[in-house]
Structures are given as structure tokens and as C-alpha cells.
Design a protein around this ligand. Structure first.
Ligand code: NAD
Length: 263
């Protein structure tokens, strides 16, 4: 299937590692030019060089914290200057801290709101006028399975990703007639640095091995294994493509069957 991504320009946020990087790699393999951002310069530079070399497409890296609106403005401006447009926006950020309601104070709520919700609003605000002017656009938000089935001890993620989902669904209706789709893709437990690190932390806290901590997650997943970032990225690339032109306002999990709900 030709996804029709050749020559499109995609901005993938928080993309030096993990899911963001996997999505960037898949879009590049389909011929899209890339603008990537992340906070750490070294990892971002390495990722951009690796993708540029393997896919042969131009990749611009901009060091930026998506929780900071002025950084978001800098990224989108750099993208405009280099490529003249942004056709595809993939929003992403690091995960917020775990915790229950009683353990989280106002500062943590504020920081998580900037990281997970404001970042999506500001990135979207920056790309939307150009997409409307050209009558074509793809906005894809990386959220979490927690929007369909809240995960215990993840109060901030459960709450703020639901807010992103509400915003995206509302925006999808507002811009549908202008050729712009807005969707969310929901990772389940996927083997990224963050999840490997989480297994180590859980192991140290509970006096078990990291393999045992991972096995506990796997026991809740009908496929009995973690997902691979490439499996996630395949759907992401499709949703960003020409071929997904009649899909908007949806939230689609890539979770090995973890969510037990009907819809
Ligand atoms: P990861 O830690 O492997 O990679 C995160 C990437 O985001 C890195 O490139 C990092 O540099 C960048 N980043 C982090 N904070 C940033 C910021 N403020 N500004 C710019 N860049 C930033 O994480 P991942 O596993 O790829 O997860 C990505 C997102 O998906 C997270 O929000 C996570 O909570 C969510 N998620 C992941 C899983 C999973 O199993 N991997 C499951 C559900 C939800």
C-alpha cells in the first residue's frame, strides 16, 4: 500500500527515543521529511543523524521542552523556516510522575498539565492555520490506554490524557471539512526505555527481579508480551497518511488486547 507520505513534512514531538522515535522512523521510511524535538541535545542529534542516514530524508532536530510554550513556538518556527510548512503533527511528551490523589500536590498537577495538555494545545495552535490554508493536515496525539481504562496509581496520566481526548474529539469536528483529521493513538505496555526503567524501579522497590516485574505486566496482556515500538509506529504512520483520509475523531489502542472494554 502506498501511504502517500512522500514529500510530506511531519513534526514529531519528544522523538529522540521510544515511541516518538519509532513513529519518526516509520514516517521517514515512507518518505516524509521530519522535524523532531526533545530536551536532550545529544540523543536528539544521534537520532536525527541515524534516521537521515537510513531513510535518506531531511531531518531537522530542535532541542525543546514541549511543556514550555516558547520552546514550542521555536520548534514550529524552525520547521517553517526549513520546510515552509508542517503537514503532519504527532504530539508526544514524557510521562508524568505516578501517584494517587493524596500524594500529588498543586505543583505536580500544574507541571503535568503543562506537559500533557498545554503542549498539545500549543503545538496544535501553531500548525493549524497552515493546514487550513492548504486544506490538508494530520494531527495525531500519543495518549495512553489509560483513557479507556484508568491505570491504578497514575492519577495525572489518567486525568490529563482524558482532557487531550476531549479536546481532540472536539477539534476533529471543527476542522473535518477542511481536510484535517485529528486522532489519538493509545499505547499499551510497549518496550521502550521508559518501560524498561519502570521495571527496574518496580523491581528495586519490591525486592523482585526486573524480569518478574515485566512478567506481571505481561500476565495482564492477552498476547502475554510487551508491544514493540515498531508495532505502535505502523498504525501511527497509517493514521498520518493519505490513506486514512476518512478516519477522524478516534482513539485507537495498540495494546495486545489489554483494554477489556467493548469499544
Ligand atoms: P521514553 O522515555 O522512552 O521516550 C520519551 C521521549 O520524549 C524521549 O525522546 C525524551 O527525550 C522525550 N521527552 C520527554 N519529555 C519531554 C519534554 N518535556 N519535551 C520534549 N521531549 C521530551 O518514553 P515512551 O515510552 O516512548 O513514552 C512516550 C509517551 O507515551 C509518554 O508520555 C508515556 O507516558 C506514554 N505511554 C507509554 C507507554 C509505554 O508502554 N511505552 C504506555 C502508555 C503511555
Amino acid at each position: 500500500m502506498d501511504l502517500g507520505l512522500k514529500g510530506r513534512v511531519a513534526l514529531v514531538a519528544a522523538a529522540s527515543k521510544g515511541l516518538g522515535r519509532a513513529v519518526a522512523e516509520e514516517l521517514a521510511a515512507e518518505g516524509a521529511s521530519l522535524v523532531l524535538c526533545a530536551r536532550g541535545e545529544q540523543a536528539l542529534r544521534e537520532t536525527c543523524a541515524a534516521i537521515e542516514q537510513s531513510a535518506g530524508v531531511p531531518v531537522l532536530g530542535v532541542v525543546a521542552d514541549v511543556a514550555n510554550p516558547s520552546d514550542v513556538a521555536r520548534v514550529t518556527q524552525a520547521a517553517q523556516e526549513r520546510f515552509g510548512r508542517i503537514d503532519i503533527l504527532v504530539t508526544n511528551a514524557g510521562g508524568p510522575p505516578a501517584g494517587t490523589f493524596d500524594t500529588l500536590g498543586p505543583e505536580q498537577w500544574q507541571a503535568a498539565t503543562s506537559l500533557l495538555l498545554t503542549s498539545v494545545v500549543e503545538l496544535t495552535r501553531a500548525v493549524l492555520p497552515g493546514m487550513k490554508a492548504r486544506g490538508w493536515g494530520r494531527i495525531l496525539n500519543i495518549t495512553s490506554i489509560s483513557v479507556k481504562q484508568p491505570v491504578e496509581n497514575l492519577m495525572l496520566s489518567n486525568s490529563l490524557r482524558a482532557a487531550v481526548t476531549g479536546m481532540a474529539r472536539t477539534l476533529a469536528t471543527e476542522v473535518a471539512a477542511q481536510g484535517i483529521t485529528v486522532n489519538n493513538i493509545l499505547p499499551g505496555y510497549t518496550r521502550t526505555e521508559r518501560v524498561v526503567g519502570l521495571a527496574d524501579v518496580t523491581a528495586a522497590k519490591e525486592g523482585i527481579s526486573a524480569a518478574d516485574a515485566t512478567a506481571r505486566w505481561e500476565s495482564q496482556i492477552p498476547m502475554r508480551r510487551l508491544g514493540e515500538p515498531r508495532e505502535f509506529a505502523a498504525l501511527a504512520a497509517f493514521l498520518c497518511s493519505e490513506r486514512a483520509s476518512y478516519i477522524t475523531g478516534t482513539s485507537i489502542p495498540v495494546d495486545g488486547g489489554w483494554i477489556r472494554g467493548l469499544l
